[in-house]
Design a binder for this molecule. Sequence first.
Ligand SMILES: *Cc1c(COP(=O)(O)O)cnc(C)c1O
Length: 371
Amino acid sequence: MSRETIFVTRSSMPSYEEYIEAIKPLWESHWLTNMGRYHSELEEKLKEYLKVPELSLMVNGHMSLELTIQAMGFPEGAEVITTPFTFISTTHAIVRNRLKPVFCDVKPEDGTIDETKLEELITEHTAAIIPVHVYGNVCNVEEIQRIADKYSLKVIYDAAHAFGVTYRERGIGSYGDASVFSFHATKVFHTIEGGAASFSDHRIYEKLYNLKNFGIRGEELVTEVGANAKLNEFCAVMGLCNLKHIEESIAQRRALCEEYEKELKDIPGIRMFEKKQGVKRNYGYFPILVEEEYPLSRDELYERLKEQGIHTRKYFYPLTSDQACFKNKYRDTELKCARKLSEKVLVMPLYQGFEMRKLAEVIEIIRDVFV
Ligand SMILES: *Cc1c(COP(=O)(O)O)cnc(C)c1O
């Protein structure tokens, strides 16, 4: 039997006409990058949409994180407590800043950093905590802040999955000292490639403006070892177009997630992450956990679906701490729960335009193993 291939994700796009119309002025201005008009416009619009006081646009999520860490000015070799249950970018950004990641375990109910294990990992060398709102699941921001305040640590959230998420009516990017978003083509909102950092201290805006433009201060003055992380105008326009349709896009994702939930919740051995009170979600991902009671292992289910042309993702497996470039290099910590989750998790196909008919096919295969 040959089915139509089902991919795990697909980029949202405005109509061709809408985008073409929107980029026309670039042929008049010839201003294609270096903090142009659309760069400023998108920064303003995103500040409002994300409910954050300050925001700096960047070329991608990774550089947003790397430069935000640099902007904090931590001493070389300082320790940063973080989660290994994330995309490799989070750990890379720490190590590329010559800091040492200290991996903290996560919680089984939502995959976010286990705040009860933070204090035991803090030493005199600890400078910051970098948690991740993984799949848009909101970390225990109150407790993390309490601990950070107690030990004078900075908190930078990797909010790459949490675009538009609010917690207790506040934009998710307004928690901690800074938060970082990714606008990569596969994310809920995208600028093809792109990203941003949000924060409340205006001095960080100045610092990042400088760092994303080679550290250049004046025609003949370079004050910092910066990088090139500027978002170009074509990407900014893509963002402005996509932002107009974001509510519709999230509504579609929501309907799909609710259907998955309804159909999967009674299948023995298929578990879903818990939802936190007070969170407005963005329905960016639909991860399931394949537990022992299910007749197949996670890897077997992954293969079974793949044989039928359905692509899912072991997202996140392996843990970043187990990757060849990091294994056995940093402080050895207990990561029992994170390891278990990474062996059970499977992210289901989900994107704007994914048809319910196809979703039903995915469900059928997951169910079929019982008959
Ligand atoms: C996507 C992602 C990033 C990196 O963002 P890019 O825009 O791809 O550079 C960082 N962290 C997490 C958790 C991500 O999912």
